[in-house]
Write a protein of this length. Structure first.
Length: 388
C-alpha cells in the first residue's frame, strides 16, 4: 500500500512538472526561432525560464504563480526582446487562478496585465502591445483563459455535487431500508405476541385448574384439560396463519381470513372458560370494517382480556363496541383488583405498548388505566379511514 501511494505521488509530481517544462522548452525554441541566433542572450532566456518555472506553483499557490509569470513577462517586454511567447505562461497561470476559485483575482490581473503591457508600448514605444487593437486582442485571449478555468472549476464542482447527491441518496435508501426492517421486526413481534399471549394464558389457567382438581373433581379437571387442548389447537392455527402471512410477503392473499371482530366470540368463550364472565354490548349498526381496523380492534380486545385473566383477578369484564360513521370505539372494563407493578400498566409492558402502536398506526388513540370505580379500563378510537 505504501509503495502504491508513493507511486501515485510520483506520477502526480511528474504530471505537475511536465507542463512548465514543456512551456519553457516552447519558449526557448520559439523565441530563438523568432529572434535569430544570439539575440536573446542569457537575460532573455533567463526571463523565459523564470516565467515557465513559476507555473510549478499553479496548483498550491495559484496567485503567487500568476505574479511569478507576470513580472518576467513585463521585464521581457520592457527590454524589448523579440517574440511575445512569454505571455503564454500568464494565460496558463490565469487558468489556474480561475480553476482554483479566485475569479476576482483573475479579472483584476487581466486588467493590470493588459494595462501594463499597453503602458509599456505607449510610453516607451516598444513591446508587443503598442495600440488599442493589440491590447483588445491580448485581453481577449487572457479572458478566454479565465473563462476556461472557471468552466473547468464549475464542471468539477457540478460532478462533485452529483456524486455527493448519489452518495446521499444511497445513504438515504440504506437508512430507509433499516427503518423499514425495524418496523417490520416490531410488527412481527407484536403480531406473535398477540397471537400467543391469549392462548397461552388460557392454557396456563386451565392447566392449573386441571392439576388442582385432578383428585377432588376428575370431571371438572377433564373439562379443564379439554379446554387446554382446544386452546392449544387454536394457538397453533393462529400461529400457522401468522407465519404463513410472513412467508408469503408480497404473494397472493391467504385463504384464511385475517382475525377480526367476527371471530370475537371465540375469544369471549375462552375467557369465560378461564373463569371470567364477559358481557358484550354493541351500539350502532355493525358492518364490515377495513381489514386493518378490524384486526386492530380484535387484537386490542384480545390483549385486554388476556391482561384481565393474567393480572386483574377479575370476576367479570365488559366489552363495549360503538360503530360510528367515521370510526369505531371500543372499551374493555373489568372489576378486578386494579393495577400492581406486574400488571398490564407496568412501564414497558408489551401488551399495552402493542395496543398503543396498533391504534397510532391507524391514526387513532388509546387510553388505558385504572377505572374510577375500580378495576382496569382500556378505551380506543379507531378511524375507519386508517387502513384499507
Amino acid at each position: 500500500m505504501a509503495s502504491n501511494r508513493i507511486s501515485r505521488t510520483s506520477h502526480v509530481l511528474i504530471a505537475e512538472a511536465a507542463l512548465p517544462v514543456m512551456v519553457a522548452a516552447g519558449f526557448l525554441v520559439g523565441s530563438a526561432l523568432l529572434a535569430g541566433a544570439g539575440t536573446l542572450g542569457p537575460l532573455g532566456y533567463g526571463l523565459l525560464i523564470a516565467g515557465a518555472a513559476a507555473l510549478l506553483l499553479r496548483r498550491t499557490h495559484p496567485v503567487a504563480a500568476l505574479a511569478g509569470t507576470v513580472i518576467p513577462a513585463f521585464a521581457y517586454d520592457l527590454l524589448n526582446f523579440p517574440g511575445g511567447l512569454c505571455t503564454i505562461a500568464v494565460g496558463v497561470a490565469l487558468f489556474s487562478v480561475a480553476d482554483t476559485g479566485h475569479p476576482r483575482v483573475g479579472i483584476s490581473a487581466v486588467v493590470a496585465v493588459v494595462g501594463g503591457f499597453l503602458a509599456i508600448g505607449v510610453l516607451f514605444g516598444r513591446g508587443h502591445v503598442i495600440d488599442l487593437v493589440t491590447a483588445l486582442w491580448f485581453a481577449g485571449w487572457l479572458v478566454a483563459s479565465l473563462i476556461l478555468g472557471e468552466t473547468t472549476r464549475s464542471r468539477r464542482a457540478y460532478l462533485e455535487e452529483v456524486e455527493q447527491r448519489a452518495l446521499d441518496a444511497e445513504r438515504s435508501r440504506e437508512d430507509e431500508a433499516h427503518r423499514r426492517a425495524g418496523e417490520e421486526r416490531i410488527r412481527i413481534a407484536r403480531e406473535l405476541h398477540d397471537v400467543l399471549a391469549h392462548r397461552i394464558s388460557m392454557i396456563s389457567v386451565q392447566s392449573g385448574v386441571g392439576a388442582h382438581l385432578l383428585d377432588r373433581d376428575p370431571d371438572q379437571a377433564r373439562s379443564a384439560l379439554i379446554a387446554v387442548n382446544q386452546a392449544s389447537k387454536e394457538a397453533l392455527q393462529e400461529l400457522r396463519a401468522t407465519l404463513g402471512l410472513l412467508r408469503q410477503g408480497d404473494g397472493p392473499e391467504p385463504r384464511s381470513p385475517a382475525p377480526g371482530l367476527a371471530q370475537l366470540e371465540r375469544v369471549i368463550a375462552s375467557t369465560t372458560a378461564a373463569g371470567v364472565e364477559v358481557r358484550l354490548d354493541v351500539t350502532g349498526k355493525p358492518r364490515d370494517l377495513p381489514t386493518g381496523v378490524d384486526l386492530a380492534a380484535y387484537r386490542i380486545i384480545q390483549e385486554s382480556l388476556t391482561n384481565v385473566i393474567r393480572h386483574a383477578r377479575a370476576a367479570t369484564a365488559r366489552i363495549a363496541i360503538a360503530y360510528g360513521l367515521a370510526d369505531v370505539v371500543i372499551q374493555i372494563e373489568d372489576d378486578g383488583r386494579g393495577v400492581d407493578e406486574d400488571g398490564p400498566s407496568a412501564d414497558g409492558a408489551n401488551g399495552l405498548l402493542g395496543m398503543r402502536e396498533r391504534a397510532a398506526a391507524l391514526g387513532g388513540e388509546l387510553e388505558a388505566g385504572p377505572h374510577a370505580a375500580g378495576g382496569f379500563r382500556v378505551w380506543a378510537r379507531l378511524p375507519l379511514d386508517g387502513a384499507a
